[in-house]
Design a protein around this ligand. Structure first.
Ligand code: G6P
Length: 615
């Protein structure tokens, strides 16, 4: 949600900033802008729409300089207009600022500033922040780097909300300043150059050495040095980390879209989620990052899984998986509800916050609320060193690699894999025997190859997608752990093709949803050969009796589905607890191909952002 990148060094800033913005475009893409220090003044270029539009605006009216800040926006306050695009200026016009986050008390601050004579050009909360910093800078009379940092401190003490910001001032040309609270900001260390960015993907082409800023930290950056302090003015003992990400992680490679690339990465991302975590000898899973002894895990009598969007669907599937493998009661809560719900929880309830980005505002707030109440709260995150990963009491990284497509795919199956590992671990310290544990491990080891086989269905799924591309409404139905997969299938289709789609447990069909069935409304049934196969068949018959087209996801070797369904996609056979991972694959491909056939921008669907860092 909004991406920022700042540069200071010896090279032309524009190419670095534009390239960084392209890498960050998944965070928001309704408008973009750049501000450069140039000949003692600040030059700014902005454009509504994608980064390509900004690049064109700069090409038509070039700017040069070696210090600059830039931004790609996902609108929160104020419509998508040129005026609302960042960077924003203070009243003097000498200070430019880019911001990711939300200033919650901006209206009060804005009213006060207007009463004092400030004139605003945009409807954004960010412009208020720029004016506040500028006001403090002018009042202090200290026209040095320290003066700018002091002004920033003073402004940030007045704001309530979240921010990742980067600031430049034309009177202090050798300095770039950044700060964070609630929205991520990373400082990249180069040779005689430095970077500030919302995430490392924007800067890994230039450096692998980074400092992840913590909340309430301010970085004052020059070509060859930087200082980190806190908003309250104390020094900081920071740590320089090495980024492990490979450079091709940020490229589409041979694929037309990141989403397709990430769908195809699943055999390896699932393998990476399991790597080193399966112990054949002990017939269990090893999740050392949980920081819990077997005794502590044995004492857990209830689990709460929380997250948003796709991560919430993984949580719902996790409920089925953990309850069936470990017999521990699991409850799932949308993080946005959990944070305000005051859920009754015993001392031995263990909470997991599931988040690919590790930065989702609602999930982070749920984590903090759970910790505030004294519950051990663990994270299942993909982004290393993300806020949720750092603030949780332990957890398990997904190791899925960078996910750039806005619609989550590989992170979903990695979340399911980790939740299955958790089910195995908890089960083995309860009722599962050594032999049962061994069988589960054996099955899990086969999973990456089965996923690769499921991906071979791509061509036939593409044909099915073409057949139904003009449908205006889809239903997705499944039972047990495949019910959350139906929800996720519907979400994928909605997100990237804008077709209305709903997911339900198959049997719920007759309690209302069946009213939607007609010849134009396809139903996608997830009906593998499992304990409820016959029940699914009855539900399919109910749809067919009403002339509804049915696409079924079944198990290889099945012959029953083909007799009653219009289209059948057969995935490899696996035990019930692994089938959801396999059934998710054709649904991802189905929505991908429908969206492509409709000409939609699958990697950057309208109105969405990859990581929602505001409430
Ligand atoms: C946004 C994205 C979704 C994602 C959700 C949770 O809404 O558009 O695709 O599932 O955030 O993201 P997280 O990073 O917390 O998993």
């Amino acid at each position: 949600m909004c991406g920022i990148i700042g540069y200071i060094g010896g090279s032309e800033a524009v190419p670095v900033l534009l390239e960084g913005l392209r890498r960050l475009e998944y965070r928001g893409y309704d408008s973009a802008g750049v501000a450069l220090l140039s000949g003692g003044a600040i030059e700014v270029r902005k454009a509504v729409g994608r980064i390509a539009n900004l690049a064109e605006a700069i090409q038509q009216n070039p700017i040069h300089g070696t210090t600059g800040i830039s931004h790609t926006r996902w609108a929160t306050h104020g419509g998508v207009t040129l005026e609302n695009a960042h960077p924003h200026f203070d009243a003097s016009g000498h200070l430019a600022l880019v911001h990711n986050g939300v200033i919650e008390n901006y209206q009060t601050l804005r009213d006060r500033l207007i009463a004092e004579g400030h004139v605003f050009k945009s409807q954004t909360d960010t412009e208020v922040l720029a004016h506040l910093v500028g006001e403090a800078f002018e009042k202090s009379g200290d026209r040095t780097k320290e003066g700018l940092v002091g002004a920033l401190r003073q402004a940030l003490r007045q704001v309530i909300g979240t921010y990742g910001i980067a600031v430049i001032h034309s009177e202090i040309p050798g300095v770039l300043v950044g700060a964070r609270r609630g929205s991520p900001l990373v400082l990249g260390i180069g040779k005689d150059e430095h970077f500030l960015a919302s995430d490392v993907s924007a800067i890994i082409a230039h450096t692998r050495e980074v400092v992840y800023l913590n909340d309430y930290e301010i970085a004052a950056v020059e070509n060859d040095r930087f200082e980190i302090s806190t908003v309250s003015g104390s020094g900081v003992d920071f740590q320089v980390s090495k980024v492990e990400l490979s450079a091709d992680a940020v490229d589409k490679g041979k694929y037309p879209h990141f989403m397709l690339k990430e769908i195809y990465e699943q055999p390896s991302s699932i393998r990476d989620a399991m790597r080193g975590r399966l112990s054949a000898e002990e017939a269990t899973a090893k999740l050392g990052g949980l920081n819990m002894t077997n005794g502590e895990l044995r004492a857990v009598d209830r689990i709460v899984l929380t997250g948003c969007g796709t991560a919430f669907h993984a949580a719902l599937a996790g409920e089925y998986l953990i309850e069936s493998l470990a017999h521990v009661p699991v409850e799932c809560e949308f993080a946005s509800e959990f944070r305000y719900r005051n859920l009754p929880m015993d001392r031995d309830t263990l909470v997991f916050a599931i988040s690919q980005s590790g930065e989702t505002a609602d999930t982070l707030a749920a984590l903090r609320e759970s910790q505030r109440k004294g519950h051990r709260t663990l994270g299942i995150c993909n982004n290393v060193a993300s806020t949720i990963a750092r603030e949780s009491d332990g957890g398990a990284y997904m190791h899925a690699g960078l996910e750039i497509g806005v619609a989550a795919t590989k992170s979903f199956t990695s979340q399911l894999t980790i939740l299955t590992l958790l089910g195995l671990l908890l089960g083995r310290i309860r009722h599962l025997s050594h032999a049962e544990g061994r069988t589960i491990i054996h099955e899990m080891e086969k999973l990456p190859d089965l996923v690769a086989k499921a991906l071979e269905l791509d061509e036939s799924i593409q044909r099915v997608a073409k057949k139904y591309v003009s449908a205006k409404n889809f239903l997705f139905l499944g039972r047990q752990a495949n019910y959350p997969i139906a929800l996720e299938g519907a979400l994928k289709l909605k997100e990237i093709s804008y077709i209305s789609a709903s997911g339900y447990p198959s049997a719920e069909l007759k309690h209302g949803v069946i009213a939607l069935i007609n010849e134009e409304t396809p139903s996608v049934f997830i009906a593998p050969q499992d304990a409820v196969f016959d029940k699914n068949i009855s539900n399919i018959e109910e749809v067919k009796a009403r002339k509804g087209p049915v696409i079924a996801i079944g198990t290889e070797g099945d012959t029953a589905l083909a007799k009653i369904c219009d289209d059948v996609i057969l995935i490899p056979h696996a035990p019930d607890y692994l089938t959801p991972i396999l059934s998710a694959i054709p649904l991802q491909l189905l929505s991908y191909h429908i969206a492509v056939a409709l000409g939609c921008d699958v990697d950057k669907p309208r109105n969405l952002a990859k990581s929602v860092t505001v409430e």
